[in-house]
Design a binder for this molecule. Sequence first.
Ligand SMILES: [Ca+2]
Ligand SMILES: [Ca+2]
Ligand SMILES: [Ca+2]
Ligand SMILES: [Ca+2]
Length: 449
Amino acid sequence: MSGRARARGARWARGAAALVLPAALAAAPATAWAHAPTAPGNWRLVDAETFDRSLDDAGTPWTRDDDGPSSPYNVDEYDNDGAFFETMGGPAFRQQLGTFATYRKSFRFGAKGWLTAELAARDADKDGKPDAPPTLTSRKGVANLDEPSHQGGVVIRSTNALPSEYRVEMTLRGLDFGGQRNGSWDYPDGRVNGYSPKGCKTNFPWAPGGDFSRPECSWADVRTDSNGFYYLGIMDYDRVAPHNNVFIHTRRKVAMDSYNRYKYTGTGLRYCNPSTKQYEPYPSGTGNGVNAIFMTDDRRYATQPGTEYLMHSECGVAKGGAIVSQVDLRPELLPKESYKFAIERRGGAYTMEMSGVFAHVGRATYRYTRAFVQDGEPIWHYNQKPEEYDGRFNADWTWNGPGGTLVDRDTWPAGSAYPDQFMIGDPHMNFYEGKAQVDDVRLYVPNSK
Ligand SMILES: [Ca+2]
Ligand SMILES: [Ca+2]
Ligand SMILES: [Ca+2]
Ligand SMILES: [Ca+2]
């Protein structure tokens, strides 16, 4: 059912784990190459999207798709109709899921269709039309991702699996997915952390546990929880598209995203101040942090799915615990300024890179590199081929709930293989809403190839 193990019987190749790169390479000014179609480190550009040609999702109709067994969006037991939710929610989950319909659209764009847009929306009144659906359009050479309801999702992904070594990058020109503005989580236009003030907004009907029979408005309030956006992430399955947030948290290899928690004063998040190289409590920032996270095989939560986090920053390396923001963005500077995000897979390691004008330090570039296996900790599902991995991090995940017991067997067995697919946008169909402007998505491969 999971589709995780694709091929069997291959042998382990030791080379991938042997190379250990320094935790952080020196920062360099971004301006030297910000507008050139080349990147440092001996890369060759193979695909680029400037968004100068018209892009409009209106040309593609919405079609109903509920992630059922015959759906192209059916992935595993954590997807929208997955067995995990039947286990944790009991019969109430199936009943709640049946109260609405999901609509999706997908289309290729860019040279030879190298990019794919995936949009999803909910039809709560089941009149055959999605309610407050997201849109993807281009204007003045920039892509607009617009999501008026948190129950929608919109992402730009690679159409085909990425090569064995690559650099992918994007430029962010506008950002309105929560965080403080002018020092406040509550905006003058009435929005709260980027969410519309109208109606209840909850994580219904997907949660890792709790009473699934509650009415929709009694579920967890997302407006006063968090908003966010994926600047760039690498997912581990083929048809990357919006799903519930529990699913997303099990399918990431590495990601740079935001997780902007409304008026949060707890210890679950912290900033690294790159100027002092000291951790600071979350309220010391503006709620516009970038979380660059290498996922690993340990479970982050005892009672719900999700991989543990390895977080490199100017403050050091942290495993688990408080989520570390490496930088705090200044969205008020956009679009005059811009941010560039890049992820590289090369030489047996992943690198995450962010450039732009950040709080405390001004214009800077930060790069964090981690080997596929470093200090005994793997990057989750790093192997694109069976021979890159020997099965040593395999496990079963067991879930007990009102619906019984579910065993997710072989979460990372020998013989498995996981494609790299990049993703930009908001993949969560029960969290996050807002707008973002994206530009210059580029794919490079090593110059020697
Ligand atoms: Ca399914
Ligand atoms: Ca409707
Ligand atoms: Ca452009
Ligand atoms: Ca959303």
